[in-house]
Ligand binder design. Structure first.
Ligand SMILES: Cc1cc2nc3c(=O)[nH]c(=O)nc-3n(C[C@H](O)[C@H](O)[C@H](O)COP(=O)(O)OP(=O)(O)OC[C@H]3O[C@@H](n4cnc5c(N)ncnc54)[C@H](O)[C@@H]3O)c2cc1C
Length: 344
């Protein structure tokens, strides 16, 4: 193994730690030894618990976890990373379950890292805002309101990042992220930046894919930021809308327990929550995971749930609705990682 310890970098400290704890090649992460760390300014962590990075507060560890200093640093990191190393780009983990066996490869967390938030132009008709992928959606909603721009209020209720909202086409109350996208900036596996238009994508309910390469979003290419086109509005009206939306959420969602929002997409013309409730599953538990009694499309962590508990409850919800009502629900939350604890 070719580990060159380069002085005064977080990478070199990590490489030393890596040797000290005796990780071997089969544990992956050979890239720590082969990439030139001298120009990287981000923070690399080893065996990072993903519990603190996902809103369910459950699940396994990431083999490697990288916090880029900024977009340039992310590009440098990706450009050097061996193609064999799996990359998991995440935002605030509010739509994510990492299985208890954890993740091989490197998780790259963008929250608060790619955090540019700029008013690019504004006239009487409206304005254009650029937001980096790591900006929280709520911050973008408030920023738009502050500048008297209307149409981003719905984002205030989505507890994820701009990158996550672009990847999921997040939405609520009749609005969706891609309705206000002017164009996006993406970054690929080689660290190359691209600008793409909405026409380059197939835009579906809670799903986005590139027309040319349907599998690439989230695997080979990620969102680094987006330009959002908004109509001229009124600050007070936008603020009132945001307040009303947040109040409605407090009343309808179990926000005092860790959760990941709606587990399943709503089928056309119906609500997943209604179907799950009609299947008699409100309050159904496995270990520390439970179908919320407040909102049946939410699974809450009562405190000590494992990812396996949560996944078992999700499987039961899906099976019960299929058997009792005959409808196949489509999962909205993303489940990733290994089921077994095979490296701890
Ligand atoms: C209480 C609660 C309420 C919610 N309400 C809503 C709602 O009303 N509407 C709604 O749509 N969702 C809702 N969600 C779900 C979630 O907040 C959204 O899906 C959100 O967009 C996820 O953003 P994130 O940054 O947390 O993404 P993560 O959970 O970190 O990632 C989600 C997926 O997106 C991918 N991804 C993340 N960042 C990038 C990137 N930069 N480029 C490419 N891929 C990326 C990840 O790899 C993963 O596959 C709710 C969740 C909670 C906990």
């Amino acid at each position: 193994m070719n580990i060159q310890l380069l002085s005064h970098t977080k990478f070199s400290q990590l490489a030393a730690q890596w040797v000290a704890i005796g990780m071997n090649a089969s544990a992956g992460g050979d890239f720590v030894g082969v990439i030139d760390t001298s120009l990287l300014r981000g923070e690399l962590r080893v065996r990072e618990s993903m519990r603190k990075h996902v809103s369910w507060r459950a699940g396994g560890t990431a083999e490697y976890f990288y916090l880029p200093a900024d977009l340039h640093d992310l590009a440098l990191f990706l450009s050097q990373l061996p193609r064999t190393e799996q990359v998991w780009m995440i935002g605030l983990g509010s739509n994510l379950l990492v299985r208890d066996g954890g993740l091989r490869g490197v998780v790259v967390a963008l929250h608060a890292r790619l955090n540019d938030l700029l008013l690019i132009e504004q006239d009487q008709a409206g304005g254009l805002i650029y937001a980096g992928a790591g900006v929280p959606c709520a911050k973008l909603a408030r920023f738009a309101a502050l500048h008297h721009l209307a149409g981003a209020e719905f984002l205030a209720g989505i507890p994820g990042t701009v990158g996550g909202a672009l990847a999921m086409n997040a939405g609520c109350y009749g609005a969706e992220t891609w309705q206000i996208v002017d164009k996006v900036r993406t970054i690929d596996r080689a660290g190359e930046l691209h600008e793409r238009n909405p026409e380059d994508y197939i835009i579906d309910y809670r799903h986005i894919s590139l027309k040319q390469e349907p599998e690439s979003v989230g695997k080979e290419e990620w969102f680094a930021g987006g330009w959002f086109r908004l109509a001229q509005g009124d600050q007070d009206i936008s603020r009132q809308k945001i307040k009303a939306l947040l109040t409605a959420r407090i009343h309808s969602q179990p926000l005092n327990f860790p959760n990941a929002g709606s587990v399943f997409r709503n089928p056309t013309g119906d609500y997943a929550a209604r179907l799950i409730e009609a299947s008699g599953l409100k309050g159904y538990c496995v270990g520390g995971a439970m179908v919320s009694t407040k909102h049946a499309n939410f699974v809450i962590n009562n405190g000590d749930a494992t990812a396996a508990d949560i996944e078992a409850v999700i499987a039961m919800m899906s099976n019960a609705v299929k058997e009792r009502i005959g409808i196949e629900l489509i999962r909205e939350v993303r489940i990733i990682g290994d089921a077994r604890r095979n490296r701890e």
